[in-house]
Design a protein around this ligand. Structure first.
Ligand SMILES: Nc1nc2c(c(=O)[nH]1)N[C@@H](CN(C=O)c1ccc(C(=O)N[C@@H](CCC(=O)O)C(=O)O)cc1)CN2
Length: 283
């Protein structure tokens, strides 16, 4: 029976350490201040933005939410980003994803000053990630690495299969795991025989948004299972993994909720503090 990787407990513990870092900054007259731009009324995004607001308050950060209507024009958001980039009192900026159809999210991300890019999703910061010269990392991959480290699960020499090649999770996570000398395969919707890959994997990360995609038959005994999925099935939040069956074969497994999600939020808070410190040290 696998050990549950308790992301919620770890996020709470890391938040206590972060509070101390924020106190140190405040003693220097600096209060980290970041902005979340949320366009439209995606119900999940609204929950995530408010979770962040609660967490930010808990560790002592200032978070502004720019809630924009669904029919907002691209130029309006670009102008807002330009304004926040130029504002010396703002340390971090992020655009909550997904954005409505008429919005070109890539263009918005490109516009964010890489020094204020708390999400680590600007082309400059993604490039730095692959060059192993990064100062900020996307939040979910950073949270997964923190979770593995906390439970002393090594990556060096391990065969990892990441299911899902998104810019937010799959691709940056592959870069961070490669940096730690894992052998990484990214599978996606066009991958021919997914089970053949996952059956050989020491670590499986699923980030597809497809409930029950990863079944017990696809997992080798003792594998580590990281579930990034958030799916609503019959009014219940579940991941991509058939949790009850897979946990019997896994050595470690994340639950949904309470696994990777809370660490995504915590990692974002860490990024705000890290960038605030970096900006002030460079003055
Ligand atoms: N610009 C970004 N957009 C999105 C990101 C991101 O990292 N940057 N990630 C996700 C959403 N997300 C953060 O923004 C996020 C996901 C999950 C959670 C979370 O705490 N989940 C809970 C369950 C919450 C629930 O009940 O629905 C858990 O897993 O325990 C927080 C934030 C997409 N967009």
């Amino acid at each position: 029976m696998g050990i549950i990787l308790d992301g919620k407990a770890l996020a709470n513990k890391l938040a206590e350490n972060l509070k101390e870092k924020v106190k140190t900054l405040k003693n220097e007259g600096i209060t980290p201040h970041f902005c979340v731009i949320n366009i439209g009324d995606n119900p999940a995004s609204k929950i995530y933005v408010h979770t962040k607001k609660r967490r930010a308050k808990k560790v002592g950060l200032i978070q502004d939410i720019y809630q924009l209507p669904t029919d907002t024009h691209q130029e309006q958001v670009l102008a807002l980003i330009d304004k926040l980039n130029a504002d010396q009192s703002i340390n971090g900026i992020m655009v909550q994803l997904p954005a409505p159809k008429q919005i070109n999210a890539d263009e918005l991300l490109e516009r964010i000053d890489p020094n204020k890019d708390v999400d680590g999703l600007t082309p400059a910061n993604i490039g730095r990630l692959w060059l192993e010269d990064h100062f900020v990392e996307p939040a979910t991959p950073a949270g997964i690495i923190a979770l593995l480290q906390h439970y002393n699960i090594p990556l060096v020499g391990k065969d990892v299969v990441i299911i899902g090649r998104s810019n937010i999770v799959g691709q940056p996570l592959a870069a961070l795991m490669l940096e730690q000398n894992a052998t990484v395969t990214i599978a996606h919707a066009k991958t021919k025989n997914l089970a053949a890959l996952t059956k050989k994997a020491d670590i499986i990360v699923s980030a597809t948004g497809q409930a029950f995609l990863v079944t017990a038959e696809m997992v080798k005994d003792g594998a580590v299972i990281i579930d990034v999925g958030m799916n609503h099935v019959n009014g219940k939040l579940v991941g991509d993994v058939d949790f009850d069956a897979v946990k019997k074969k896994a050595s470690y497994i994340t639950p949904v909720p309470g696994g990777v999600g809370p660490l995504t939020v915590q990692s974002l808070m860490e990024a705000v503090v890290k960038l605030t410190r970096r900006q002030n040290d460079r003055k």
